[in-house]
Design a protein around this ligand. Structure first.
Ligand SMILES: [Zn+2]
Length: 269
């Protein structure tokens, strides 16, 4: 991403889209493949977090889920770019938000994103991260454990069934969804990198949709708590993930997990 492009993007506190904002480029070797990737992914998503309660819906994975085998890797990022989830806000109010999934796109390559997250950021407003990246080939790259708080969104609010949800944990920054969010970012296709300000691009690969659905099939986070950065943003500047086909994603998700409804006997084929 060029400095010229960056000048079109005013300060985005704790907001990792539009990456490599003057950071030095470092070798971006993602971690090795895991032979027990499913187990690692599961523990990654199902960690128990104080004040991070699960929703009532329970799901079970399907045969189609088991048959899809995404590559799953891990990359270490600088500890300045993520933090703890808080049990109270800046005013001391107890927090009990359910988990929220926020989808993003990287705007640049996953290697560029990892370089940025590996760069120490000592000022609160510059700290950035996602929990996971999904590369164009469908590789899932775990960056921040789900029980930690990634800095994926700046000024943001989720409007859900319980009303407006946003948490202020830092007196110097706007309130955001970060304290209860799990941030996943899709690698932007090449044509979207060259035109980061255009409202659309050629879209994401089938492997990206499958891996995203596979990752979320490991969780009990209901569909109504899966949203986009564009939807929660209150800065008026975030439009990601551009060209995301929510219907396509949900169709795949439904093939990978199904709700457990013990009261009703469902016929089997
Ligand atoms: Zn974003």
């Amino acid at each position: 991403m060029s400095p010229t492009t960056l000048s079109n993007h005013p300060n985005h506190p704790r907001d990792p889209d539009n990456l490599n904002q003057g950071d030095k480029i470092q070798p971006a070797t993602t971690a090795q493949s895991s032979s027990s990737k499913e187990k690692k992914a599961e523990s990654h998503l199902k960690s128990t977090v104080p004040g991070f309660t699960s929703d009532l819906v329970m799901y079970q994975t399907t045969l189609a889920f088991k048959e899809y085998q995404p590559r799953f890797t891990r990359a270490t990022i600088d500890s300045s770019n993520y933090g703890d989830r808080y049990s109270t806000d800046v005013d001391g109010n107890l927090l009990d938000n359910s988990p929220l999934v926020v989808l993003h796109e990287t705007t640049d390559s996953v290697a560029s994103a990892i370089n940025t997250f590996r760069t120490p950021h000592y000022h609160d407003s510059a700290q950035v991260s996602y929990h996971a990246l999904i590369a164009l080939d469908g590789t899932i790259i775990n960056l921040v454990p789900s029980d930690r708080r990634a800095f994926g969104a700046g000024n943001s609010v989720f409007e859900g069934a319980k009303g407006m949800e946003t948490v202020k944990t830092n007196p110097n920054l706007p309130s955001s969804v970060n304290n209860f969010a799990y941030h996943i970012s899709l690698e932007t296709p090449p044509d979207g990198r060259s035109q980061p300000n255009r409202s659309y691009h050629s879209g994401y690969t089938d492997s990206q949709y499958k891996s995203l659905a596979w990752l979320l099939a490991l969780s009990n986070i209901p569909e109504h708590r899966i949203t986009t950065h564009k939807n929660v943003d209150r800065s008026g500047q975030k439009i990601d993930p551009r060209s995301f086909d929510f219907d396509k994603f949900l169709t795949i998700l439904h093939t990978y997990r199904q709700p457990i409804v013990p009261e009703i006997s469902t016929p089997t084929n």
